[in-house]
Design a protein around this ligand. Sequence first.
Ligand SMILES: [Zn+2]
Ligand SMILES: [Zn+2]
Ligand SMILES: [Zn+2]
Length: 171
Amino acid sequence: MDITTSQNVLAQAEKLCEQRNVRLTPQRLEVLRLLTQQAGAISAYDLLDLLRASEPQAKPPTVYRALDFLLEQGFVHRVESTNSYVLCHLFDQPTHSSAMFICDRCGAVKEHGAQGVEDIMHQLAAQLGFALHHNVIEAHGLCSACAEVEACSHPEACGHDHTIQSKKKSR
Ligand SMILES: [Zn+2]
Ligand SMILES: [Zn+2]
Ligand SMILES: [Zn+2]
């Protein structure tokens, strides 16, 4: 995300917090700013390392408390299958449901509205008499750029970076 987009996101978050009468402390704002700098999802511990550049005293609970707040406000999502966090790209739709498309090669995460999928899950839950509270819709695979590299058949002369390998799922 470039600087202007990042600044727009932060300004929008500040405005929403003001409207909701909740406090976006400098620490919470900094964690959100760090998230806007990521191409994909990031773990809480990697975030902590980044946060320590401006707050050397920061401890894991510092990051988790800030993340809890940002999750509550809908500014970030937890990517459950990789235990990491990613900036929400649909800020202005507070109750949206989304699907996460996670690239196993470069780690990029794309968010897409998932209303139709959500509807199907509710129908299935109703058939089971199951009280559905929370859906996790996450898909693993390759982003378009990585799919191109993986399909490439002339690694000597193409200019791709063929040194990155897809992460093998441990499960
Ligand atoms: Zn979102
Ligand atoms: Zn990728
Ligand atoms: Zn290639």
